[in-house]
Write a protein that binds this ligand. Sequence first.
Ligand code: SF4
Ligand code: SF4
Length: 779
Amino acid sequence: MRQIWDFNGGIHPPEHKSVSNQNPIQSAGIPGQLVIPLQQHIGGPADPLVKVGDTVLKGQKLAEPLGFISAAVHAPTSGTIADICDLPVAHPSGMTDCCIVLIPDGNDQWIQLEQRASYTDLSPNEILHIIRDKGIAGMGGAGFPTEVKLHPPKQDKVKTLILNGAECEPYITADDMLMRERASEIILGLEIMAFILEPDECLIGIEDNKPEAIDAMRAAVAGTKIQVVVIPTKYPSGGEKQLIKILTGQEVPSGSIPADVGVMCQNVATAAAIYRAVYFDEPLISRIITLTGDALQQPGNYEILIGSQVGWLLELAGAREQQISRTIMGGPMMGFTIQSADVPAIKTSNCIIAGTREELPPPPPAQACIRCGICVEACPMELLPQQLYWFSKAQEFEKAEHHNLADCIECGACSYVCPSAIPLVQYYRYAKGEIRQNRLEQAKSDKARNRFEFRQERQERELAEKDAKRKARAEAAAQAQAKKRAEANADEPPKSAAAPDDRKAAVAAALERVAAKKSAPATDSKTGTKTENTPQRSLADIQADYDKALAKLDKLKATAQELESDDPAREKMERAISKNETRVEQARLALEDAKNNQKPDSADTPSASETVTSESQVSPGTSAVPPTTEKSLDELQAIYEKAQAKQEKLQNTLADLPEGDPAREKMIRAIDKNEGRVIQAKQEWQAAQSATATLPIEIEQLEQNVEKARLKLDNMKSSLDDAKAHQPELVEKLQRAVQKNEMRLSAAEQALEEARKNSSTTAKNDTSPSTKPTHDRGF
Ligand code: SF4
Ligand code: SF4
């Protein structure tokens, strides 16, 4: 006698089994329409292999398993595929799902089947393949694909293979009748599973309320090592974990599967289906179902085709529709009320109860929990149903999970005993559904977040790469520019340093050109001979040019004064001023040149004593001084002295003006302008003197002039040196002043030289005592 154990909790509801177990199993026959859901089990739905309009044979595969946990679907009979669409399915929510609608042709014609006399010729894997191919799924509970279940983790050897014949729920007698009538098929199926798993022992657990089944099974196992173990009747001893506890004394820890403790549990109906599949090549297209309830005239167990609709089945069992209060699919403890008679029976459908109002009265209104704790005593999973109820009701799903809600087998024992008639199991089902949904959404959200983070990371990486490339390009461009600048600097001096020198050089070149023009005789284009310089434009035009250039320069300077020191336009303006200063200087020199070259109106009527000859006008190295024939020497001297006096006055005024005074510029220009007049007047006077005779006293005067010009130039140079050290802003101006004074000194020296030459010539020519100089007369 094998030892058995008890499990905690459990209840003893009325059995109502005799309603359906009085008659042998009957064939339900072929209904007018079969509705075959693509998902009749835990896992993924099957993928249709047929289309609407196809004719199929009995046993033909209609849908292929999709994914690891999935099961194939076959045609329960021959016929035509009428539709593939969503239709109501067996679910507490009344949901719809994709179904294949098959219209039987009545021939019930099988596909070609390959029958086997023995399975021992096959390898375990070949048998597993057959089990998968024939769509065998657990027929006692959730419908887990059997082939997958027969693949326990390699490290978990199955020591005990249990066949579940407990069938503990009230009303249901399908397994009982199967064991009674087809015990040998069940045992052959068990042997096939044992062949695959090679367990140490095989046990068949049957509640003691099924004596005929026990006898039949014992007879079937005679001569084998398989043990039939009779267990006490107590709900829910047919629960997998409870049966394992009863037969082996082992408890399956929370969150574990039976294989973790070396045990595997299969349903007796599943064993019979494996036998049919392996020996006769028959797929799972039918099953034994209990049609029961006081509303049925012929309750009993029927072998039905999968896909038979509930309405048709109840009609078959002689349903008195008016008396049906509720139709339940499954047992009264774990089953659910179906919303429509159109839902089909599937591989896991073991019972349909058409209950009358007296039999299945509507549940009384739920009352408040009185914390009696009876539910705790009834729970076979040793949970706290009262706490789970509170957490589920308050939607505190995390706390419910913490209290092992997942271990609840939804046996309904707690609801059955609750004096407050609280539908506890419904709360647990709701909570489980919400948790499942939240997990799906969480997984979806995690996936989306991962995608977003990955995308963001990729974008940041691409941005960084772009940035790095941009920086590298900018650096390369900067290096190339630096290289170009370095090469340019190597070839020529820096622009900023060279600019003043360039301007100075330009001014000097312009002055040289003017001086050369003044000193060189013009060339006659026709004769090719040198002629006197002849102004091309009138003096008035040249004067106008000069005045215009001067006015423009003044305007530019006034504009520059108005600009802020940090105004970017200021630099441009300063360059323009500098350029215009050069132009003014050129214009001024051109004007001087023109004045000097202008022929006297009465050049042909000079007085021998008062006029200058044409030859005397041209002196190498000096400006050509137009001879004055109308003015006496005294008048010319007066003009010269007057210009000189004015010059001194202007210079004194300039000396009185403070540095930075805008009037200084004007004054300097006036001085420069007047300087030209002084020089011109002086040259005219000297020329007149030369034309007559150059007296020693005049030479003395010229010598003083030279000395004076030299002194001034020295002072100017000294100021320039000072400015270079302390006032760089005046350097340019003083440089121009130095240049001018150099020119003046040069002019003074040439005038002196000329005078001396003339004096010498006069002395040579004038040998008569009357013409001898006074100071020579004394020798
Ligand atoms: S049996 Fe019902 S009333 Fe009693 S504690 Fe449990 S839930 Fe509350
Ligand atoms: S339905 Fe769940 S909580 Fe209630 S008795 Fe059964 S296992 Fe325990």
